[in-house]
Design a protein around this ligand. Structure first.
Ligand SMILES: NC(=O)c1ccc[n+]([C@@H]2O[C@H](COP(=O)([O-])OP(=O)(O)OC[C@H]3O[C@@H](n4cnc5c(N)ncnc54)[C@H](O)[C@@H]3O)[C@@H](O)[C@H]2O)c1
Length: 241
């Protein structure tokens, strides 16, 4: 387990779920991890909705831990609302955390990576970057936007040795699966549609560590030629009709 030996990685959303699994896997692969989250249990506490403070956050992380070789943006929020009733505050908050923060963090850390001629940037999007759902307008827009940003960053930073990708999970067992107190992955409709009728070929949600395994490889030196892509890690749910 030495995929990331000697690398310094900034991982957002590292206090819980997929971000925590990525931070754990990165450490197991030899990386030094600077975890960022609004919740406790990380090296740097910060609210990623405070967009203007993010360049200074990158500077602080680099002052403490050294140059960032790998940026992984995982933190995300979902605020369900009917499109015609959604408040502007909610819409802006979701876009700030899910889209603006990864972009600004990539800008600030990407400059140094390009100067040093090496870097890996990866964002966790979602199958909602490609497919939409009622009540999910702000989330769907944020994930589709981040996939667009991934491609542009890959084009601009590629000549400087910086590879930029996204991983789009489907269903993952985390607290985000709990909406209005109910775990969607244990609901009758999930069992009927996705498991019994086979809409989900692997018939089960992913564990966060199963997402982290792909992220570790994509962010390593082993990945020398895959850039600008959205890698869908969804148990096959998006290939069924
Ligand atoms: N769980 C799923 O089924 C699933 C599927 C597809 C994509 N995703 C994406 O995976 C990512 C991680 O989600 P998760 O399922 O691990 O959820 P989670 O809620 O367990 O983790 C999200 C983390 O982001 C942090 N965070 C939220 N707002 C923040 C803010 N303003 N500033 C700093 N940190 C903040 C939270 O504190 C938390 O630690 C998200 O981007 C989500 O959209 C999740």
């Amino acid at each position: 387990m030495t995929l990331l030996e000697g690398r310094h990685a900034l991982v957002t959303g590292a206090a819980n779920g997929i971000g925590k699994a990525i931070a754990d896997r990165f450490r197991a692969e030899g990386a030094q991890v600077s975890g960022v989250d609004i919740a406790p249990g990380v090296e740097f506490r910060a609210d990623l909705a405070e967009t203007h403070q993010l360049p200074a956050l990158v500077d602080e992380v680099e002052a403490v831990g050294g140059p960032i070789d790998v940026l992984v943006s995982v933190a995300g929020i979902y605020e369900p609302a009917a499109a015609v009733e959604m408040t502007l505050e909610s819409y802006r908050r979701v876009l700030a955390v899910n889209l603006d923060a990864p972009v600004v963090l990539a800008q600030r850390s990407g400059r140094g990576m390009a100067e040093r001629g090496y870097g890996r940037i990866l964002s966790i999007t979602s199958i909602h970057g490609q497919f939409s759902e009622a009540l999910g307008l702000s989330y769907d827009v944020s994930k589709a936007g981040l996939q667009g940003a991934t491609r542009t960053l890959a084009i601009e930073l590629g000549p400087h040795g910086v590879l930029v990708n996204a991983v789009a999970p489907g269903f993952v067992q985390t607290r985000m699966s709990v909406v209005d107190g109910q775990n969607e992955l244990e609901s009758d409709w999930f069992r009927t549609i996705y498991v019994e009728h086979g809409k989900l070929p692997l018939r089960r949600p992913a564990e966060p560590s199963e997402i982290a395994a792909h992220v570790a490889w994509l962010c390593s030196e082993e990945n020398t030629y895959l850039t600008g892509q959205v890698v869908t890690v969804d148990g096959g749910v998006t290939v069924t009709f």
